[in-house]
Design a protein around this ligand. Structure first.
Ligand code: DC
Length: 217
């Protein structure tokens, strides 16, 4: 069974998708982490995101693995190296939407995501899971929250990772990414017609997961 979880940045998708996968005993696939890992590789290879052809070549040769750990956390492995923390750096966040808007990059990563999903029961979170990656997913959710709430949550998360950011920077970054992710030509962020919409602004993580479980069972 495939469960698709889409929505804008900071809506809590990854948190609820991870918990949901764990509760169901499903594999959790964070597709945003894959775009982030490729962005890290581009930055380390000193390739500006504007050089699309070179980024596409990187994507063709990259190896990205996602490992679900027993404690529910996810390890992201780029060409054999653990980059789970590196991919959350502000510099990656700043450029990832520009990498993710390249059509051929998306095609390559979508292929990887389908191959991972075809291994069995899984929960995938991203922007285009229910619309493009798995349009026939058995259950689809669109997780949303107000822009203010999303900025606050992302700020707290980054502070927890000991990153030196201001609330204002986080709000600006989110609105910039919302803009790029939802207006790009290649599979923009949008709710699939058959996705269940959940506004999480005033809900706790547990309440959201319970709601989702209610729809699945
Ligand atoms: O969920 P996240 O913040 O880690 O995602 C990072 C970026 O990757 C986000 O700005 C949009 C992009 N992305 C995408 O275009 N498609 C996906 N399936 C997942 C993420």
């Amino acid at each position: 069974m495939i469960i698709a979880v889409d929505g804008p940045a900071g809506a809590g998708k990854s948190t609820v998708a991870r918990i949901l996968a764990r509760k169901l005993g499903f594999l959790y696939i964070d597709t945003g982490a894959m775009y982030r890992a490729l962005t890290l590789k581009a930055i380390e290879s000193k390739i500006p995101v504007s050089q699309e052809q070179r980024i596409i070549e990187l994507a063709e040769n990259v190896r990205i693995d996602l490992r679900n750990n027993a404690d529910g956390s996810l390890t992201v492995i780029l060409d054999g190296r653990d980059v789970s923390l590196d991919i959350r750096r502000p510099q990656i966040t700043q450029f990832v939407s520009d990498v993710a808007k390249i059509r051929d990059v998306r095609q390559i990563l979508v292929k990887m995501q389908r191959a991972l999903g075809e291994r069995g029961d899984c929960v995938l979170d991203g922007r285009d899971i229910g619309t493009v990656v798995f349009p026939d997913a058995e259950k689809k959710f669109f997780i949303d929250a107000s822009a203010q709430e999303r900025a606050m949550r992302r700020y707290k998360e980054l502070k927890g990772l000991k990153q030196n950011v201001t609330q204002e920077d986080v709000a600006k970054d989110l609105s910039n990414r919302d803009q790029i992710d939802s207006t790009r030509q290649a599979s923009p962020l949008r709710k699939a017609a058959d996705a269940i919409y959940i506004d999480t602004t005033n809900l706790s993580i547990e309440q959201v997961v319970d709601k989702m479980l209610g729809f699945i069972k």
